[in-house]
Write a protein that binds this ligand. Structure first.
Ligand SMILES: [Zn+2]
Length: 281
């Protein structure tokens, strides 16, 4: 988990035609400029954070792609509904004259997000506008976390760790109370990883069950001769994303009532090696 913030001192001029074009890639119908509220955030940068970790610029570049289209939820008490903003634009911005380790210029990953100006969003918009809501927590998964001195994952060096090869970016959320800011809470990586895994496991289990149920349901329609137990064990090694995509594929096939397509069995082989060591940050 990293902390970002709503960019200060940026007066939003209101979305222009280029912004609307990007925003309307995510909406079901074209929205007008007056219908959306737009704000900017700094999601993270390439400096060493209080966990002693940093994203090299190459990782930020990958995160820039991964955060596009992700949602930002408002996790504060006063709003009971599930308001969410969507990130429609991301960029890397170098800060002139400032550099971080390895001689890289200080680089920030910024994002612009929109939310519709509905009655239900009025309060949240006012809270962002007034600066009451500005801390966001951001999380993502990386494939490797290495020592900045020797490049190994396990070593004795007391050196910053580099977070490499981001594989996923998750929803970000606004934090109501800016607790812990500068409080010097040092989290050990193992704890953090454990907590992240625990959280992921809790949400993940439910989601996985529902995805698996979908796949089994539709595959039974499409491939009735395939024993359920075989299918069950076949989907066990798949990632959520693969399960979801498989479910959608089977659903389409079931809907079209096409004859069975044996390539599904091939499709899922060999695609998921070496990805079982993701770190959730
Ligand atoms: Zn080392």
């Amino acid at each position: 988990m990293k902390e970002g913030y709503v960019a200060e001192g940026i007066r939003e001029e209101g979305p222009g035609p280029e912004d609307m074009e990007k925003i309307n890639r995510y909406t079901r119908r074209p929205f007008g400029e007056e219908e959306v509220f737009v704000f900017s955030m700094v999601l993270c940068d390439n400096q060493v954070d209080r966990d002693g970790e940093r994203f090299p610029a190459a990782s930020l570049e990958k995160l820039r792609e991964l955060f596009l289209g992700k949602t930002c939820i408002f996790d504060h008490q006063r709003s009971s509904s599930n308001q969410a903003a969507r990130i429609f634009d991301t960029a890397l911005e170098e800060v002139p004259g400032e550099s971080v380790g390895d001689g890289e210029p200080l680089t920030r990953l910024t994002a612009r997000a929109y939310l519709p100006r509905t009655k239900g969003n009025e309060e949240v918009i006012a809270l962002i506008d007034s600066g009451m809501l500005k801390e966001v927590s951001v999380s993502c998964a990386v494939a490797r976390r290495v020592c900045s001195l020797c490049g190994k994952e396990e070593c004795e060096h007391d050196a910053p760790r580099l977070l490499l090869e981001p594989t996923d970016a998750y929803e970000c959320s606004f934090v109501a109370v800016p607790a812990q800011k500068g409080a010097g809470v040092t989290k050990h990586y193992a704890d953090k990883q454990w907590r992240a895994l625990e959280e992921e496991a809790r949400w993940g289990r439910k989601y996985r069950e529902s995805l698996t149920a979908d796949v089994l349901k539709y595959s039974a329609l499409v491939q009735p001769e395939l024993p359920r137990e075989v299918m069950k064990s076949a989907v066990k090694g798949l990632s959520m994303e693969e399960l979801a995509s498989m479910g959608r594929t089977y659903e389409k096939m079931a809907q079209k009532a096409l004859p069975l397509k044996p390539q599904l069995a091939v499709e899922k082989e060999g695609r998921f090696e070496g990805q079982n060591r993701e770190y959730r940050i």
